[in-house]
Design a protein around this ligand. Structure first.
Ligand code: CS2
Length: 490
């Protein structure tokens, strides 16, 4: 029996105690949020928080979730009234059937409907999970006007294809119609995500209308946020679990860990879902939370993503079960990463790091390293290079292991090129070109990689000490490329 409104209603009395369903009237709830970037993470995180907020306090906060291009989820969800199950897998398993997503659109095919939602006065918030590269910024932090999508949207702003173009269009239309603006909640893993997106949108708007740009600048809130919930791709196993435990067939459930966290800069107007009643933290110190999570959780993830495949591991769980890799994570966190972080008030960073490692050790979560390894040119500067720079700036001589991480990333890329596998990165073509031109002279090769124009941050490109230390680390791991464990400093 397929999951849908009717079948769920028929099952309500017989669902097990570990299954939660909506307690608000779905049909009476209007759409108040447009979410750009429909994927597993949105459904496991923001949609679930919103579902719980509506369960507690109601409100017109149903979601119109927009996928940019991919049609699969829309097809799967349309057969089940856009309902889906979030499976929270830890020692115990809990289920929540989410009703908050009432509409699913695919921008590529339904642009007019997307734009109509963005201009509707009912839409009070727009949230986004479009990955770091969706912000369309160059390495200086400005709108990247060299990107094909941005060029096209600037030339034809009424038919935008990028999220920056869509936000700018929606806001410009609201300004022209005298409608209050929506506010924008960026939910991707980059420091100052809201602020960065605001820069991109304001710069985009400025290109056609300076007045709209200043209206956005003054009236639209783009809070910075920290989002956290490990959410791998859905496996067939998850579909089967839902079928066995709920007696309903859900073609698009989401599998995640039980832990979740959402910290939002406290600048949103009061008209918002009752997220604060369901665990969302509103604070003026979001930067501390962001840095802590990006450098510890995401930083350790990237280490496993680049070192794990060198040892034949495919998932986070497999890689962290290797005691040598686990030891490396623990020592790099304590000695090299934590010293660069100013902790949020009341948080013990060592306990936080220990908890992250325990989260990686969840055997019920099969999080593929390949999923994390993508987009290194955006992730590594935040997760690894900035901590290196911070240590050097503070006069700490403690970057040894971090240099190995950069070297492991390079070896990971070299292996991809040598085995003719695709590099999944917005700068893939440049990476491919640099690595294909490697001569075998390690010093020269690492230098070419580290100093390539536009690849890594300027402060790294021009820092001889960093380049030399990464070269040394690369030499060592290259000698141990069939088993880098022995090469890792402890
Ligand atoms: C991961 C994140 O893919 C990645 O880069 O590090 O998606 C990570 O799983 C989430 O940020 C956890 O909240």
């Amino acid at each position: 029996m397929r999951l849908n409104e009717q079948n769920l209603a028929a099952k309500l009395d017989s669902l097990p105690a570990n299954v939660q369903v909506a307690r608000y009237s779905r049909s009476a709830t209007k759409i108040g949020i447009v979410h750009l970037g429909l994927g597993a993470f949105h459904r496991s995180h923001q949609a679930l928080f919103t579902e719980r907020a509506m369960n507690e306090c109601g409100g017109d906060w149903a979601i119109c979730a927009v996928s940019m291009r991919n049609e699969t989820l829309q097809q799967q969800l349309s057969g089940q009234d856009n309902l889906f199950t979030v499976v929270m897998n830890d020692k115990d398993t809990d289920y929540q059937v989410v009703s908050a997503v009432k509409e699913v659109l695919v921008a590529k095919n339904q642009l007019e409907q997307v734009l109509a939602r963005l201009t509707s006065a009912d839409t009070k918030l727009v949230s986004l999970t479009v990955t770091e590269k969706g912000y369309c910024l160059n390495s200086a932090g400005d709108l990247d006007t060299e990107l094909a999508g941005i060029k096209a949207d600037l030339a034809n702003p009424t038919a935008p294809s990028t999220v920056v173009g869509m936000l700018a269009y929606g806001l410009a239309q609201r300004h022209a119609a005298g409608t209050k603006p929506f506010h924008v909640v960026a939910c991707d893993n980059l420091p100052g995500n809201g602020e960065k997106l605001k820069t991109a949108v304001v710069q985009f708007a400025k290109a056609s209308n300076a007045e709209v740009a200043s209206w956005i600048e003054e009236n639209v809130q783009f809070p910075n946020t920290m989002v956290d919930c490990i959410t791998p791709h859905t496996e067939d196993k998850t579909v089967q679990m839902v079928k066995d435990d709920l007696g309903l067939e859900d073609l698009a459930p989401v599998n995640r860990e039980a832990f979740h966290q959402w910290v939002i800069e406290d600048i949103l107007p009061a008209e918002r879902p009752a997220w604060d009643k369901v665990g969302v933290i509103f604070t003026n110190d979001v930067e501390a939370f962001e840095n802590t999570k990006l450098r510890i959780l995401n930083g350790l993830h990237s280490i496993l993503a680049y070192m794990g495949p060198l040892l034949g591991y495919k998932s986070v769980y497999e890689a962290v079960s290797d005691s040598r890799l686990k030891g490396f994570l623990q020592s790099i966190a304590a000695q090299e990463v934590i010293p660069t972080i100013e902790a949020p008030a009341g948080l013990d960073l060592h306990e936080y790091a220990a908890q992250i490692v325990r989260r990686f050790e969840n055997p019920k979560i099969c999080h593929l390293l390949e999923q994390i390894a993508c987009d290194g040119t955006i992730k590594i500067p935040v997760r690894t290079l900035q901590p290196i720079l911070d240590n050097l700036k503070a006069g700490r001589n403690n970057n040894n292991k971090l240099y190995y991480v950069v070297a492991a990333w390079l070896l990971f890329l070299v292996n991809k090129v040598e085995t003719e596998q695709t590099i999944n990165d917005p700068k893939a073509a440049q990476l491919q070109q640099i690595i294909s031109a490697f001569t075998g002279d390690i010093t020269q090769d690492v230098n070419a990689f580290m100093t390539a124009e536009g690849l890594l941050p300027e402060a790294v490109r021009s820092n001889e000490e960093i380049i030399n230390k990464v070269t040394e680390a690369y030499k060592v791991i290259l000698q141990h490329r069939t088993d880098i464990r022995a090469a890792l400093p402890m």
